[in-house]
Design a protein around this ligand. Sequence first.
Ligand code: NDP
Length: 449
Amino acid sequence: MKKRAFDVVVVGSGTAAYYAVAGLKQHSNMTIAIVDERPYGGTCALRGCQPKKYLVSNAESVASVSHLLGRGLEGEVRTNWGALQRLKNEFLQGRSEAAQAHWDASGVTTFNGTARMRADDQIEVGGQVLTAKTIVLATGSLPNQLPIEGGALARDSEYFLDMEKMPERVTFIGGGFISFEFAHVAIRGGASAVHILHRSARPLRAFEDDLVAVLLKASAAAGIDVQLGVVPERIVATETGYSVHSASGAVIETDLIIEATGRHPNLTVLDGNMGNVAFSSKGVEVNSFLQSVSNPRVYAIGDCADTPYMLAPVADREGQIAALNIVHGNSHEVDETVVPSAVFSIPTLASVGLTEEAAREQSLKYRVNQGDTTDWPSSKRIGEEYGAYKVLIDADTDLILGAHILRHNAAEVVNVFALAIQFNISASALANFLWAYPTSTSDLKYMVK
Ligand code: NDP
């Protein structure tokens, strides 16, 4: 078998890999190879965050108009799903070819094929063996599949992103990020019956309960049927579509089932266990430098690493840190204490820092500022009927412990709170800052006063 030697071989070409390779190139003259079995670019750019935002932006526009009907707007606006798909596909057209060409042009050797680790320092791809001083695993994650009868009849978010037509009836299994985001897209995009089936009483478990409760009301008002405590047991193909049978005996008839019950690390690169890389169902086991605990030649970053978040910006950060550690020796540790996140439902649910439950568990002394935002001028003028916030402020230091917002532009404002937490900006400093006015960010002062 042909052998080629590199300083670093990176497996995967998503956002984590991008930042790792960019960092390696910036800080060293190492020889680098990238291997991917799918088109270059990874999940976020090609099959997740970026294309999804095309669908979400369209749904937000439809919703914005519907909120103002009879309040200064007349007429009807509707999604043209086919045209929306064309717009999104135009954006995607050529992106992965451009990503690969970018690396080729910058002296990185790219391979297209399935990588397998064959030894501590070896990756096999397409009949060649690549030896490496360092191997970076950035292989991402894959959607979970329920082990229930007929489970294979359910599709995943990737199918939804690319489907040519919006079905009449769409059912989502799971009460997390994807179900809520895509259910809001489906109901605005022309579906008439949209269900979310969630197994417990608590969907979007990582988010603040009080705000999730308001999102459930907003979802119901939009026409989304969220059923809690429903455990799907069986999926059956029917003459007209599918039926989902739950443990309690309830049956939902639908045209499309999207399963969104979480994702798991994609570790097929380790099939055969020849690389001495320890892993669990949570991913490659790494130390705080993102180095494999069992094979010091290996670093793991992004969704395939056993680190707390499966989020694109976290993957970016991990790529940067791994690059610095590979070049300079282990010197940079991951710090994932301030990680804002957002569910792009309508309205958006965004969060950073501690929930009240977490603050209570840690026996912190805090005050809570919380309220409804629908009477605020910024909500009134756009007809937003569901909105709320909850901010936890340390009782002694006046620092922000957590901020949770459900409304338009929530993610933008939560980013400001994230900055405040990271750099110890107090609630009173935020309240007294001269924000451009009136903006979503200037509303922040009402949340911290
Ligand atoms: P989530 O982890 O957000 O939600 C999974 C849901 O499925 C939970 O409600 C969970 O319930 C439920 N579930 C898990 N196992 C089962 C089961 N066996 N039977 C029934 N229900 C089950 O995953 P998603 O699939 O929605 O998204 C995958 C990941 O992708 C997210 O975790 C996030 O990291 C990322 N993502 C981020 C986005 C963003 O940043 N805006 C958007 C989309 C995805 P329970 O709570 O009870 O465990």
